[in-house]
Design a protein around this ligand. Structure first.
Ligand code: C5P
Length: 242
């Protein structure tokens, strides 16, 4: 079951409202990230909730355990449905966040896809990206995170290497065939992501910068449905012509 999360990477409430209006009934999940949250805070979250959507608050928390646990507790009060944290914060930090009750879903970032071999070797000369991704995915699961945020290209390998962990995945870097890559280096199509059984795909510009965001979203959902029939949650009543 693959769900689409639309990344609201915009800086004005007006633009957020336009997108929410355009995508109503088609998209359930929305990502409020650092830009929109820093600019507009709770208001940006409330708008999504008022329109009936679910919020993934992508703040990538990373601090001492108690501070992160308090932030997760505040995210719960905001009414968000998921919040991200850096697994590099360590087992105790993730565990402290997971022990908050009630709390939103906790999604853990492994290694940012902007970090390449040279970057991780500046941290330690023996560090390798795939090994780091694997050990962080394991750490996240052991410490109570609900899903792993990683590149779609990591998913098959992580499943193969960590078969007993039954990991759930959240992946950005999704581009319909022929779409602009923007600044994404390695991408996966919506159909491939659905066929892989990725739980949530984060899609930004292919929808938010499309001339008709609603049509772009419906096309992506249709591609996913065709690749993995029956695997997609689509709000009742969402029709191509709706
Ligand atoms: O516009 P696009 O589809 O590339 O947006 C992807 C979203 O996912 C953006 O909000 C971006 O910050 C986020 N993201 C990413 N790659 C990562 C982690 C997060 O593209 N490795």
């Amino acid at each position: 079951m693959t769900q689409v999360i639309v990344a609201l990477d915009v800086d004005t409430i007006k633009r957020e409202e336009e997108l929410l209006r355009a995508l109503k009934g088609v998209i359930v999940w929305y990502k409020v990230g650092l830009r929109l949250f820093t600019a507009h805070g709770k208001r940006a979250v409330d708008l999504v909730r008022k329109s009936g959507g679910k919020v993934f608050l992508d703040l990538k928390l990373h601090d001492i355990p108690q501070t992160v646990a308090h932030a997760v507790s505040e995210a719960q009060k905001l009414g968000v449905d998921a919040v991200s944290l850096h697994l590099l914060g360590g087992h105790d930090m993730v565990r402290a966040a997971a022990d908050v009750s009630p709390r939103p879903r906790l999604w853990g970032v492994t290694v940012l896809t902007s970090m390449g071999p040279k970057d991780v070797q500046l941290i330690h000369p023996d560090a390798r990206v795939p090994a780091l991704v694997e050990s962080l995915a394991r750490l996240g699961k052991d410490a109570g995170a609900d899903a792993t945020i990683c590149s779609p290209s990591d998913v098959a390998e992580l499943r193969r290497r960590l078969p007993s962990l039954d990991l759930k995945f959240v992946t950005p870097g999704i581009r319909p065939r022929g779409a602009s890559l923007d600044d994404q280096a390695r991408v996966t199509t919506p159909g491939e992501a659905a066929a892989l059984g990725i739980d949530y795909v984060v899609v930004g510009r292919p929808i938010t910068r499309a001339p008709d965001p609603r049509k772009a979203a419906l096309d992506i959902l249709a591609e996913m449905q065709a690749a993995a029939p029956g695997a997609l949650v689509r709000p009742r009543g969402a029709r191509r012509d709706a």
